[in-house]
Design a protein. Structure first.
Length: 398
């Protein structure tokens, strides 16, 4: 295992890219909770706080493809650095609007604008890995490491917010998000590897969604996101049902730890099966790993099942990144990755809403049933798309 990851980090500039990207993306794991606590503290309304967080997430998803196109067209540094500064300024404005009690509309608008200005560091990293790492096996290990780092962000981000709130205030946590975003992005774009981009030709500008392989992935990605959104809502509900509110964070953390473990395992192996086959099998594996949560009722059961449910998440993402990297053409990589990010975030938002509605009307097991159904549909749609692609390839060869 260590040898394969060492090969990734030994590539010129890669270790610096991973380290600075981790810092630059850390606010992604902090912002939702920090904004929720800030708005709830100033308005005394969970409804307004939830709307603000939703506006932040949906604006981020909607603007991601536009950001990716800008990166491919004018260059990484010219897009990422101004967006980081802009987001820091808007987060400061959000704090002022919340403390001045200007009303719901300015607060929600500021949260949405902050979401629209999230620097697309993650898609940029994935595009960079495609450029820098020529060996396909090393590149796939790098994508696995990237998926593991994403989970690390979701674990450490809320913990940092909790620490800042404990010693300062929710406003301090929101300001910290802006400061970390600016500082981390500045370090990221200072890397020699990030000096590229901006080489996209006029003919390539509209070509990203014309790629059949990318279009075929968007549906399964959105369904996978919906399944994850259901689980994200279902785990805290399971903790509350078992009588332990503090266990909500523990179950979510174990879910991420399971994903990190699965990602490290996946990236350490040399796979013989094709990418399409692996992707479908990993999605089916995610269904199998999630299913035990349906019967969980106690905290110990939930802990074991949450850890198990996370095992296939990072491997699925790693495989997705490799499939996208294989499908796109030079100069369109960042936008392609941002389209997938938008599909995932949109699925997460829909899954969270569905899971919350099912808990109230059906019961604590319902979001996990929905998660299995959504991920199963993702596997079925991936199977159909992959089978048709392979069949076309077979006809052309014949």
């Amino acid at each position: 295992m260590v040898q394969r990851y060492r090969a990734v980090l030994a590539a010129p500039g890669c270790s610096r890219v991973f380290a600075t990207a981790l810092l630059g993306r850390l606010p992604q794991g902090m912002s939702s909770l920090a904004i929720l606590l800030l708005v709830r503290d100033s308005t005394r309304s969970y409804t307004i706080a939830g709307v603000s967080v939703g506006a932040f997430a949906l604006a981020s998803a909607a603007c991601a493809p536009v950001q990716g196109r800008l990166v491919d067209r004018v260059g990484r540094r010219r897009v990422l650095a101004p967006m980081a500064v802009g987001q820091g300024a808007v987060l400061a404005a959000l704090v002022l609007a919340a403390h001045a009690r200007l009303g719901t509309a300015p607060v929600v608008a500021a949260a949405a604008l902050a979401g629209a200005l999230v620097p697309p560091i993650a898609p940029t990293v994935r595009a960079l890995l495609r450029e820098v790492l020529e060996d396909a096996e090393v590149r796939e290990t790098a994508y696995a490491l990237e998926a593991v780092i994403q989970e690390l962000i979701w674990i450490t981000g809320p913990l940092l917010v909790a620490a800042v709130v404990a010693v300062a205030s929710p406003a301090g946590a929101v300001i910290a998000c802006g400061v970390v975003c600016i500082a981390g992005t500045a370090l990221f774009v200072s890397s020699p590897l990030t000096g590229g981009g901006g080489r996209r030709s006029g003919e390539e500008r509209a070509a990203v969604l014309a790629l059949p392989e990318l279009r075929a992935l968007l549906g399964p990605v959105a369904l996978t996101g919906a399944g994850l959104g259901c689980i994200e809502v279902g785990l805290p509900s399971l903790a509350l049902h078992a009588g332990s509110r503090p266990a909500s964070g523990l179950l979510l953390a174990l879910w991420s730890v399971g994903s990190m473990s699965g990602g490290l395992w996946y990236g350490s192996r040399r796979w013989q099966a094709s990418l399409e086959t692996r992707y479908r099998m990993l999605l089916l594996g995610a269904v199998v790993c999630t299913a035990p949560l349906i019967g969980a009722r106690t905290i110990p059961e939930g802990m074991v099942c949450a850890l198990l449910a996370g095992l296939m998440i990072a491997p699925v993402f790693s495989c997705q990144y490799t499939l996208i990297g294989r499908a796109v053409t030079p100069g369109t990589e960042t936008e392609a990755f941002t389209w997938v990010t938008a599909a995932l975030v949109g699925g997460l938002a829909g899954g969270s809403a569905l899971g919350g509605a099912l808990i109230g009307s059906v019961g604590v097991s319902a979001p996990f049933v929905a998660a299995c159904s959504a991920t199963g549909l993702a596997a079925a749609s991936a199977l159909g798309a992959g089978w048709r692609a392979e069949r076309r390839a077979g006809r052309q060869t014949a």
